[in-house]
Design a binder for this molecule. Structure first.
Ligand SMILES: Cc1cc2nc3c(=O)[nH]c(=O)nc-3n(C[C@H](O)[C@H](O)[C@H](O)COP(=O)(O)OP(=O)(O)OC[C@H]3O[C@@H](n4cnc5c(N)ncnc54)[C@H](O)[C@@H]3O)c2cc1C
Ligand SMILES: NC(=O)c1ccc[n+]([C@@H]2O[C@H](COP(=O)([O-])OP(=O)(O)OC[C@H]3O[C@@H](n4cnc5c(N)ncnc54)[C@H](O)[C@@H]3O)[C@@H](O)[C@H]2O)c1
Length: 461
């Protein structure tokens, strides 16, 4: 069998690239070793974590806000098995959806683990396939941490945390990044005592510092405990319990914590096992990523790479955009990703969303900027919905008023960020956003008010 292009990996990078390449008239196959399509994101990442976040947010609403609205009655009970069943059902619907899309677009799914024999030849099991081009989209895996023995039962990565046998009484989360805070929120809402141990003196590094501070305060109010400036030395498990040892960086003192479950969430690393990249001489960066040029070409002609396995943020939509771009490039078009406008979202409550520059990055670059900020407390819809915590912050160039970054902590921040992304993509000024009529009463009005605050001032502040 011979193809124009074979994608290796059917995550958001590979499956989206395969569909786009087929739409552009290429003969396409996608190799996937898992039993189901969709990669990390659909099987053990974005989708299952959002299902658990959704279910437990509903529980939080019922426990904390229903009574105030006159909705009284027995508190909902958690049927953990059923909640996991709902999560599995959501995964199934999504992965089956990709199977349907492959059939619809005539993408062949080659089941099994691929090895690249040479540019133009891919081996899967006993079978060898010829192809003009190869795109590696093999994704990432949880990074190990020295001294932490993951067994996926008591000491778990995100994969085990999405599938725990029972809700832990005590959970220790190592790393206050995206996975740690999303999964930490899930279990805190389910009643676990959650302690997050973070190496740095702040949470969600890389995000706007003011947002991070507000976020930590709000999570603490929801019951999450934070130990910052703490380097984890080890995590060990007995049959039913785990012990975490860490050193406080300020005085080097050694401390220990005990829990029923420990979540290791200190980052992910590219996954390239079994692909045979070393034999091919494909260049790998110091961080273990496949090195590519601006057109996703590796150091070996005819072999390309996209998604988590190359540099850049490890996000599903970044992988998808690269999938579309590489397909367009292979079809002779000018595929392109604007890395300056890739939003990042944390799906807790409130949500945290960001795009573009931060105040910290602008200060470091010595670029003059304006800040327009608006609190959700001044937004009527947010107040009605118990969602007044948080704010929208828009950063605009001091001279030109062009929007160069935005940071939102608040209700549906992950959806609100996109009008700012579109504005940035079109090179808009804060005034353009401020002069755009926004429906009342919506959360989006807070975005407009922040844009107004970049000029003559917000109305409801
Ligand atoms: C718990 C969790 C939650 C997340 N939530 C979000 C979120 O809300 N939003 C977001 O944007 N991102 C999220 N992410 C990150 C997101 O999942 C990744 O950025 C995204 O999946 C990367 O896509 P990819 O196609 O590069 O790789 P992957 O999704 O990792 O897919 C790679 C696929 O390649 C297959 N593969 C590897 N090697 C071979 C081989 N040799 N042969 C055949 N198949 C192979 C693997 O089995 C895998 O299915 C989350 C991640 C985790 C772990
Ligand atoms: N909503 C989303 O978009 C989403 C959700 C989940 C995962 N993801 C992606 O998955 C990737 C991995 O997520 P993650 O949360 O594992 O990583 P992360 O990089 O987001 O956070 C890791 C955290 O662990 C800390 N850390 C590192 N070593 C430590 C140590 N020894 N002791 C204590 N703390 C330590 C880091 O300082 C950092 O705060 C991210 O790149 C993210 O983009 C995205």
């Amino acid at each position: 069998m011979s193809y124009d292009v074979i994608f290796i990996g059917a995550g958001p990078g590979g499956y989206v690239g395969a569909i786009r390449a087929a739409q552009l008239g290429l003969k396409v196959a996608c190799v996937e070793g898992r039993e189901t399509l969709g990669g990390t994101c659909l099987n053990v990442g974005c989708i299952p974590s959002k299902a658990l976040l959704h279910a437990t947010h509903q529980l939080h609403e019922a426990e904390h806000n229903f009574d105030a609205m006159g909705l009284t009655g027995a508190k909902p009970k958690v049927d953990w098995k059923k909640m996991l069943g709902y999560k599995s059902d959501v995964i199934g619907q999504n992965t089956k959806g990709i199977e349907f899309l492959f059939k619809k677009n005539k993408v062949d799914w080659i089941k099994g683990w691929a090895k690249v024999l040479s540019p133009g030849r891919v081996q899967v099991g006993e079978q060898t396939y010829d192809t003009k081009k190869i795109v590696i989209a093999s994704g990432s895996e949880s990074s190990p941490l020295n001294g932490v023995d993951v067994d996926e039962k008591i000491i778990v990565t995100s994969t085990g945390a999405l599938e725990l046998g029972k809700i832990p009484k005590k959970l220790i989360v190592i790393g206050a990044g995206v996975i740690g805070l999303e999964m930490g929120s899930v279990y805190a809402r389910l009643g676990a005592e959650v302690t997050v141990v973070e190496y740095l003196d702040r949470i969600i590094p890389g995000n706007d510092a003011e947002v991070a501070k507000t976020f930590q305060r709000l999570l603490a109010k929801q019951g999450l405990n934070f130990v910052l400036g703490a380097a984890v030395q080890s995590a060990t498990a007995t049959k039913t319990k785990a012990k975490v040892t860490y050193k406080l960086r300020k005085d080097d003192s050694e401390q220990t914590l005990e829990a029923d479950t420990v979540l290791l969430s200190t980052g992910r690393r590219p996954f390239v096992d079994g692909l045979g990249l070393q034999d091919l001489g494909i260049e790998i960066t110091a961080r273990g990523q496949i090195a590519t040029d601006a057109h996703y070409k590796t150091s070996v002609d005819g072999i390309y790479a996209i998604g988590d396995v190359i540099e850049g943020p490890m996000l599903a939509h970044k992988a998808e955009d690269e999938g579309m771009a590489v397909a367009e490039i292979l079809a002779g078009q000018a595929g392109h990703v604007n890395y300056g406008v890739i939003p990042g979202v944390i799906y807790t409550w409130p949500e945290v969303a960001s795009v573009g520059e931060t105040e910290e990055s602008l200060k470091e670059a010595g670029r003059a900027y304006k800040v327009g900020k608006f609190s959700f407390m001044g937004n009527g819809r947010a107040k009605a919905n118990f969602a007044g915590d948080g704010f929208v912050k828009i950063l605009a160039d001091k001279e030109t008023d062009r929007i160069i970054g935005a940071h939102i902590i608040g209700p549906y921040a992950g959806d609100l960020i996109h009008e700012i992304c579109v504005a940035m993509e079109f090179g808009a000024a804060a005034e353009d956003l401020a002069r755009t009529c926004h429906a009342h009463p919506t959360y989006s009005e807070a975005v407009r008010e922040a844009a107004l605050a970049c000029g003559d001032g917000a109305i409801h502040a």
